[in-house]
Design a protein around this ligand. Structure first.
Ligand SMILES: [Zn+2]
Length: 252
């Protein structure tokens, strides 16, 4: 009898803790959102270093405008996103394990959170989200590994090309990862890379269905046929669907 009551009380406490954690994860969108970005020379190349030196905060205007326009569609007024370019970091974020088990994933996310905590300096203020931008010279790295972001801890590691030509595709990757930190889920098939119908389509009701003109930002790609899709060239080639907006708490 007493044992049962103790178990019930314990479960009740766990439930309260869980609900509180869940509440913390739900962003208050009426407040300004500060996104802090730290560039990192991930491949140690002099060319990458030169690229990082000349990144300017104006490079972030496009992203800021995009998110304000998209959030306005759902909320009536734009979310006040502020992007800030932080200092370059010398330490690399922990490597994402290849073909990880569930335990590997948990350990990696703890390591990543520890890294973020370690890199934080008082002058960074208290950002809503911190993204670590790993830059690679595209002359040496033709493809990049998957970027990763954590909703718990609101941190993300984004792999990008250190090249002017790729500024706009970098922006698409960056926004995709940023939205993960607010709870948006992937809407593409991990095995094939194809956007999932209908959730990963910008316009699932279009007739004929293919080719689609834009990508749903969490679908990642523009579907051209049932088996083919292409990378969006820039943020104008993408949109945020109602489902993604709901996952982030922009829409009901
Ligand atoms: Zn993703």
């Amino acid at each position: 009898m007493w044992k049962t009551i103790r178990v019930i009380i314990l479960l009740a406490i766990l439930l309260i803790v869980g609900v509180n954690a869940w509440r913390e994860m739900n962003q208050d969108w009426s407040k300004p959102i500060l996104v802090l970005l730290h560039p990192i020379n991930a491949d140690g190349q002099a060319s990458t270093s030169r690229y990082i030196q000349q990144i300017s905060s104006h490079d972030l205007d496009e992203i800021q405008n995009y998110l304000q326009t998209q959030s306005k569609e759902f909320r009536g007024q734009p979310v006040a996103f502020h992007f800030r370019l932080g200092r370059e970091l010398k330490a690399l974020p922990p490597k994402v394990p290849e073909q990880p088990s569930a335990l590997d994933n948990i350990l990696w996310s703890l390591k990543f959170r520890f890294y973020a905590w370690n890199q934080h300096e008082g002058m960074d203020g208290s950002p809503s989200v911190t993204l670590y931008l790993n830059y690679y010279d595209p002359q040496i790295h033709k493809t990049l590994k998957h970027s990763t972001a954590l909703e718990r801890g609101r941190i993300g590691m984004v792999n990008l090309f250190a090249s002017h030509k790729q500024i706009e595709t970098n922006q698409v990757v960056l926004v995709h990862e940023l939205l993960h930190t607010f709870g948006a889920k992937d809407k593409y098939d991990r095995a094939t890379g194809q956007p999932i119908y209908p959730l990963g389509y910008a316009n699932p009701e279009q007739k004929p269905l293919y080719p689609q003109k834009r990508a749903e930002i969490m679908g990642g790609y523009i579907p051209l046929s049932q088996t083919k899709s292409k990378i969006p060239n820039n943020l104008h080639d993408t949109m945020i669907s109602r489902v993604t907006a709901q996952e982030m708490g922009w829409a009901k």
